[in-house]
Write a protein that binds this ligand. Structure first.
Ligand code: CP
Length: 307
């Protein structure tokens, strides 16, 4: 049973095929309107979400399927102490595919080990968020027409930002990619990403605290939120939360064809004035997420013999 726990569960060819399917869905939505007729998606969200849960649900409805859901740990039997494994076995009795978000790293993996239907990791703690990466890849592809030959700046909370870890893993597979990792020293990318991914694959990268100094080099700027929910103390969060605020002044030396991405939600890190700049892609990224989740649901259900 194929599940998606980490973006590395997908080969480069599979990523390219998902992008092609998403583009076909965008061009021919009617062709897919009944593809999942009679099928159910369960969304199990034990952590807050707007985009991921709603885009999964919209995706399944637009494929002609149905959705059942748990929203918030307090509304399911997890609040009574039920294990993730038992939840997975139970929910498998009701649905054809599961998307789960959970605050604990590894919870999606445990779900996949115990479920009898495909499982999609919709974010597990600070670990990874592969379907956000699918949205990011489609956005980069649609904006640039390619996934190779570019300099990607990733800025903000690179330590706890699970979307960052998945994005670096995915983009490291394409040719001639350079990363510029912009963060406060306390929030640098973990060494299991710099050493085990970037250095092992020979991908050039620099770490810096200075966003403006590197701005002219960037083809992509991926902004991220400082993640209050992952900090051990409020003092550190308050000290670091406004480390980077992208505004029009900071963009004055940026390339005219820069693409600005952000997985959202945004707190303070991009000024709303930037939203009107044609280089701002983060709301297009939200919509692209729905198309990639449609493509992923189709792929996993087909591979499970359900379609
Ligand atoms: N990007 C993202 O995961 O957003 P939500 O937390 O709203 O799902």
């Amino acid at each position: 049973m194929k599940s998606l726990i980490d973006i590395l569960d997908l080969t480069t060819q599979e990523l390219d095929e998902l992008i092609a399917t998403a583009q076909d869905i965008i061009a021919n939505p009617a062709k897919y309107a009944t593809s999942c007729h009679g099928k159910k998606l369960a969304t199990l969200f034990f952590e807050p979400s707007t985009r991921t849960r709603m885009s999964f649900e919209a995706a399944m409805y637009e494929l002609g399927g149905n959705v059942i859901s748990v929203t918030g740990a307090g509304t399911s039997s997890a609040a009574k102490g039920e294990s993730v494994a038992d939840t997975a076995k139970t929910v498998s009795c009701y649905t054809d595919i599961i998307a789960i978000r959970h605050p604990k790293e590894g919870a999606a993996y445990v779900t996949a080990k115990n479920a009898t239907v495909p499982v999609i990791n919709a974010g597990d703690g600070g670990h990874c968020h592969p379907t956000q990466t699918l949205a990011d890849l489609l956005t980069i592809y649609r904006e640039k027409g390619r996934l190779n030959n570019m300099t990607i700046g990733v800025c903000g909370d690179l330590k706890f930002g699970r979307t960052v870890h998945s994005l670096i893993n995915a983009m490291s597979r394409y040719d001639n990619i350079k990363f510029i990792l912009i963060s406060p020293e306390e929030l640098q990318v973990p060494t299991y990403v710099t050493k085990d991914v970037l250095e092992q694959k020979g991908i050039p990268y620099v770490q810096t605290t200075d966003l403006e100094a590197v701005m002219p080099e960037l083809d992509i700027l991926y902004m991220t939120r400082v993640q209050r929910e992952r900090f051990f103390n409020e003092e550190d969060y308050l000290r670091l939360k406004d480390s980077y605020i992208l505004n029009m002044d900071k963009l004055k030396n940026a390339k005219p064809d820069l693409s600005i991405l952000h997985p959202l939600p945004r707190v303070n890190e991009i000024s709303v004035a930037v939203d009107d700049d044609p280089r701002a892609c983060y709301f297009k990224q939200v919509l692209n997420g729905k198309y990639m989740r449609m493509a992923l649901i189709l792929k996993l259900l087909k591979e499970a013999g359900q379609l």
